[in-house]
Design a protein. Structure first.
Length: 182
């Protein structure tokens, strides 16, 4: 028996996002996001409990300030004390790991979703994902965009508004579009 579209998605293989099971998962995530984003006035403990309902892992003291948007949620893993400020977007068709103590500024976008470069393949409606891994104690400035497949090493700094198209070594500071080591 072949893999389901969800199994293909989670493994980074080309999959069809219109699959009914995936659409149901996205619909459940949308319902959860409405609840989570309405919890702005709630205590951090209440918001963390809500995060644990949908996210793959939520370390002690992790915070996401609403509003927050994601595709599924269950592919997002937050380390202890990870902090995401207002208005972050995570397209999590595959794993997104955010390390302990990492601070992510407002309006940061993390994209694991990718599309075929070949126009015929793209017209077929398939897409695929490449995971994002952000190490420990990283600082991502507001408005930065991290593209599919990127790994950011521990203690790195991503300048505000940067577009990160390739891996960032541990301890490096990158800025610009495309982001380059400073």
């Amino acid at each position: 028996m072949g893999q389901s579209e969800k199994e293909k998605m989670l493994s980074g293989k080309p999959y069809r996002p219109g699959d009914p099971a995936l659409q149901a998962d996205m619909a459940a995530a949308k319902v959860w996001m409405v609840r989570y984003n309405a919890a702005l006035a709630e205590s951090p403990a209440v918001r963390r409990a809500l995060l644990r309902e949908q996210l793959g892992a939520v370390g002690e003291g992790a915070v996401i300030r609403p509003p927050f948007h994601c595709d599924y949620g269950y592919n997002i893993h937050l380390g202890e004390g990870a902090f995401l400020n207002f208005n972050c977007v995570i397209l999590d068709v595959v794993a997104v790991h955010i390390g302990a103590g990492t601070q992510i500024g407002p309006a940061v976008q993390l994209y694991t979703a990718d599309h075929p470069r070949d126009p015929e393949a793209r017209r077929s409606g398939v897409e695929f994902g490449r995971p994002i891994h952000i190490g420990r104690n990283v600082w991502v400035g507001g408005g930065a965009i991290i593209l599919p497949g990127v790994t950011v090493g521990d203690d790195a700094v991503i300048g505000a508004g940067s577009v990160v198209t390739r891996d960032v070594p541990a301890g490096a500071t990158v800025v610009g579009n495309p982001a380059r080591i400073r």
